[in-house]
Ligand binder design. Structure first.
Ligand SMILES: Cc1cc2nc3c(=O)[nH]c(=O)nc-3n(C[C@H](O)[C@H](O)[C@H](O)COP(=O)(O)OP(=O)(O)OC[C@H]3O[C@@H](n4cnc5c(N)ncnc54)[C@H](O)[C@@H]3O)c2cc1C
Length: 398
C-alpha cells in the first residue's frame, strides 16, 4: 500500500518556545500547522532559560544603542500585550514571576551607571529605585550600591510552555526519528512518518541545536549554526526573599544574573547566570559552585541562604553563526540552500519570539503563501503527544 499524503500549510520540527510560538501565531492567522517534538515540549534552552523578557538595556551598556537594540526595546511591550490577550499570541494563563527587574551596581560602578542611565535614549526605560523600595535581598544597611528598575519582566517558563501548547495539543505529535525521515522530493522537503508523507507548503525547523542535524538530513549546508555554551548554577535554599536582576561589575556584561524560582515542593531556588555562567562554561562543577558561593558572599554578604544544596547545569545556546562568536541581536529566519520550502529559525533569545513570528509571517507574505490546506491528521494519532519538559530545579537535585 502506498504512503498516505498529508498536505499541510506548515510543518514545524522542534517544540521549544520558537516552534510553539510559531504554531500559535500561524494558526491564529488561519494556516494549518502540525508540530513534531522528539523529547518533551520546551526541552533544553527554553526550560533552562531564566525567563527574562528584556528590552536590551543590559546590552546597551556595552556600547551605543544600535538598530537591533531597537528591535529588542519593543519586545517587553509586545509580550505584555500577549499576556493581556491582546497580542498575536494569546498568553493569558502564563504566569508572570516578576513585573520588576533590577539592575544594581556595587560601589565602584556607581558613577558610570549613573551617567549612562541619565542619557536621553534611555529616558522612561530605566528608573532609579529609592532605598525604601529595594528588593528584600538588597535591603541592608551595609549595601553601598545603587539600584535601578528596568522595564523588563520575568515569566514562569514552565507555564509559558504549557500555555503555548495547551490550545494546540490536537496538532502536536511526538516523533521518533528511528521511524521517521526528512527527505527531498526534487526541491521540496517532505517528512515520512507513521506511514504518511507530510508535504508542507513550508517546513519550519525550530529544533534549537537540533537544527544542525535536520539541515544535514536535507543536504543543506546553510544557514550555519553556532553553539555558545554556558554553565548555570542553582542553589536550593531556605531564604525566602526573591531577586530578579543583574549585578553589574566592571565589565559591560552582567557579573551575576539572579532569578528566583520555586521547585514543585515550594522550596526557593536561586538560578545564577551572567558572567559567572558564560566564563564558567568549561569549569569543573564543584569549582564553579565554589566561585558562585564566593560571588554571593562578596555581593550579598548579609543574605543567609541557610543550608543550601547546589547544582550546575551546562547548556548550549544555539544560534545562527556570527563572525567571531558574537551574540546576535535579533531573531533569525533563513532559507535552506537545498530545498525551496524550508526555513531554519533561531529566536536567539526567548524575548525575541514576537520578532521571530513577525519575520516568518513577512516571509510567507512575500511568497504570497495564504492558508490553503485543511489536513486530516487522524492517521498521525498513534504517534502520541510529547509531555511538557520538567524544570531543571525539579530534576537536577534528585
Ligand atoms: C541558561 C540559559 C538562560 C537563558 N535565559 C534567557 C532569558 O532569561 N531571556 C531570554 O530572552 N532568553 C534566554 N535564553 C535564550 C533562550 O532560552 C533561547 O533563545 C530559546 O529558548 C531558544 O528556543 P528554541 O525553541 O529555538 O530552542 P530550544 O529551547 O532548544 O528547543 C528546541 C526543541 O526542539 C526539540 N528538538 C531538537 N531536535 C529535534 C528533532 N530532531 N526533532 C524534533 N524535535 C527536536 C528539542 O527537544 C526542544 O524541545 C537563555 C538560554 C539559556 C541556555
Amino acid at each position: 500500500m502506498g504512503r498516505q499524503i498529508i498536505d499541510t500549510d506548515i510543518a514545524i520540527i522542534g517544540g521549544g518556545v520558537a516552534g510553539l510560538w510559531l504554531l500559535n501565531q500561524l494558526r491564529n492567522r488561519g494556516y494549518s500547522v502540525v508540530l513534531f517534538e522528539r523529547e518533551a515540549l520546551g526541552s533544553y534552552q527554553t526550560i533552562g532559560s531564566q525567563g527574562m523578557i528584556h528590552g536590551g538595556i543590559k546590552y546597551a551598556l556595552a556600547g551605543a544603542l544600535s538598530n537591533s537594540s531597537e528591535t529588542l526595546a519593543a519586545m517587553p511591550a509586545m509580550w505584555r500585550q500577549c499576556l493581556r490577550g491582546e497580542g498575536k499570541v494569546d498568553l493569558r494563563g502564563c504566569r508572570v514571576l516578576s513585573e520588576d527587574f533590577f539592575l544594581w551596581s556595587n560601589a565602584g560602578m556607581q558613577s558610570r551607571l549613573a551617567s549612562f542611565f541619565a542619557s536621553r535614549l534611555l529616558r522612561g526605560r530605566v528608573e532609579r529605585v529609592a532605598a525604601g523600595r529595594y528588593p528584600a535581598p538588597l535591603r541592608s544597611a551595609d549595601f553601598r550600591g545603587q539600584v535601578y528598575r528596568l522595564e523588563d519582566l520575568v515569566l514562569d517558563v514552565p507555564s509559558l510552555v504549557a500555555t503555548l501548547a495547551q490550545r494546540h495539543r490536537d496538532v502536536i505529535f511526538a516523533i521518533d526519528w528511528q521511524h521517521a525521515a526528512l527527505r527531498r522530493l526534487r526541491r521540496q522537503a517532505v517528512l515520512d512518518v507513521q506511514g504518511c508523507t507530510i508535504v508542507p507548503g513550508k517546513l519550519l525547523l525550530t529544533a534549537g541545536a537540533g537544527n544542525e542535524a535536520l539541515l544535514t538530513a536535507l543536504g543543506s549546508t546553510g544557514p550555519a549554526m553556532q553553539r555558545r555554551p554556558l554553565q548555570q548554577v542553582l542553589a536550593r535554599h531556605q531564604y525566602s526573599g526573591d531577586l530578579f536582576g543583574h549585578c553589574m561589575g566592571s565589565n559591560p556584561s552582567p557579573r551575576l544574573t539572579i532569578s528566583s524560582h520555586r521547585d514543585s515542593a515550594g522550596r526557593p531556588v536561586w538560578y545564577l547566570g551572567g558572567d559567572l555562567a558564560t566564563n564558567g562554561a568549561d569549569e569543573e562543577p564543584a569549582r564553579l559552585i565554589a566561585r558562585a558561593r564566593r560571588e554571593l558572599a562578596d555581593l550579598l554578604p548579609w543574605v543567609d541562604l541557610g543550608d543550601a544544596r547546589w547544582a550546575t547545569l551546562r547548556l548550549e545556546r544555539a544560534e545562527p553563526r556570527q563572525a567571531s562568536l558574537l551574540r546576535p541581536d535579533s531573531a533569525f529566519v533563513g532559507k535552506l540552500d537545498s530545498v525551496d520550502n524550508a526555513l531554519a529559525a533561531w529566536p536567539t533569545k526567548l524575548t525575541l519570539c514576537p520578532d521571530l513570528g513577525d519575520q516568518v509571517e513577512r516571509q510567507l507574505a512575500a511568497e504570497g503563501m495564504l492558508p490553503r490546506c485543511r489536513p486530516d491528521l487522524a492517521p498521525l494519532a498513534p504517534l502520541g503527544r510529547p509531555p511538557l519538559a520538567s524544570p531543571y530545579w525539579d530534576t537536577l537535585f534528585s
